[in-house]
Design a protein around this ligand. Structure first.
Ligand code: GRG
Length: 292
């Protein structure tokens, strides 16, 4: 199957599974379940669940990766809802629709984020409990990633850095933790489900780190050069919040070059992975050249 066709197939698998796995809107109290579904079903590229599915498929494991893929999308969506809150980025547009606190209210948005974070772990426990070691591996990977030293740690340094020039080291810490951490985690979770060896998991993590950094550099470039209609989210926010970004530190062309080098390194790493890696190779290039 050609890359774009395969990507669409994974994305549509994710859309159906979100519909299937999330509590129905009518489940009491329906307001929170409406808000959870509202943000989860607003669209989005579904990069993270696609990474779980495609990484698992490289290996011969027989366990279904779909619940884990939806779990990471729940956790990612929680981080977006909270990132958009008035106390953080104060954004009104996300995934081409009103942000959760604009569509509902701030309390509901906080709680919908909390509920999605918790639901990520509920999904893993429900679907993998008959394989305790695999289940514990997934919980360990996802909780290490989402905690105060990685996802939240990156966000905290990002907020602390607003309005002041940051060193390259601090910027790398932010990107590595706020963005790459979850991307690495998705690939490793796919590897755990596929029963990859430790060395193969390390390679998946290294691949995730390279495409994760490239992804954030491209995100910075798009924030500076694209528009809200194309991206489905507010643009120019980095400049508005006086954030240090790759674009600010290195300029547009050098940032593009660094994203290209990171992508090429990721593609090389695929040579050490088993199975048909053509989708991951295609995905790395696709992300480097994305326009939204
Ligand atoms: C817990 C208060 C609290 C905050 C957590 C970690 C975090 C906040 C926010 C991270 C949100 C963020 C902007 C991360 C940077 C990575 C990034 C560019 C996310 C956007 O991902 P896309 O483009 O989004 O894949 P879609 O909508 O396509 O899924």
């Amino acid at each position: 199957m050609e890359f774009k066709e395969k990507l669409r197939a994974y994305q549509s698998q994710v859309e159906s599974a979100i519909g299937e796995y999330l509590p129905a809107e009518g489940t009491r109290p329906s307001r929170i379940h409406q808000a959870m579904r509202y943000s989860m079903q607003a669209g989005g590229k579904r990069l993270r669940p696609v990474l779980v599915l495609s990484a698992a498929e490289l290996f011969a494991g027989k366990t279904d990766p779909t619940p884990a893929a939806i779990a990471v999308e729940c956790l990612h969506t929680y981080s977006l809802i909270h990132d958009d809150l008035p106390s953080i980025d104060n954004a009104d547009l996300r995934r081409g629709a009103a942000t959760s606190h604009k569509q509902f209210d701030e309390a509901t948005a906080v709680l919908a984020g909390d509920a999605l974070l918790t639901y990520a772990f509920q999904l893993i426990a429900r679907h993998y409990k008959s394989q305790p070691s695999l289940c514990a591996g997934l919980v360990s990977e996802l909780s290490e990633t989402a905690g105060s030293e990685r996802l939240i740690g990156g966000q905290v340094e990002d907020i602390l850095g607003e309005g002041a020039p940051l060193s390259e080291d601090t910027l790398n810490f932010i990107h590595l933790n706020k963005t790459s951490a979850l991307i690495e985690c998705c690939l490793v979770m796919g590897g755990i489900i596929g029963e990859a060896s430790d060395a193969q998991r390390d390679t998946l993590r290294a691949f995730g780190r390279e495409i994760g950094i490239a992804f954030q550099i491209i995100d910075d470039i798009l924030d500076a050069t694209s528009d809200a209609e194309t991206l489905g989210k507010n643009t120019g926010s980095d400049a508005e919040l006086e954030k240090t970004t790759y674009v600010k530190l290195h300029g547009l062309q050098r940032s593009r070059d660094i994203a290209h080098q990171r992508t090429q390194k990721a593609i090389q790493l695929c040579q050490s992975l088993p199975g048909d890696t053509s989708f991951l190779v295609g995905l790395a290039s696709y992300l480097e050249n994305r326009i939204r």
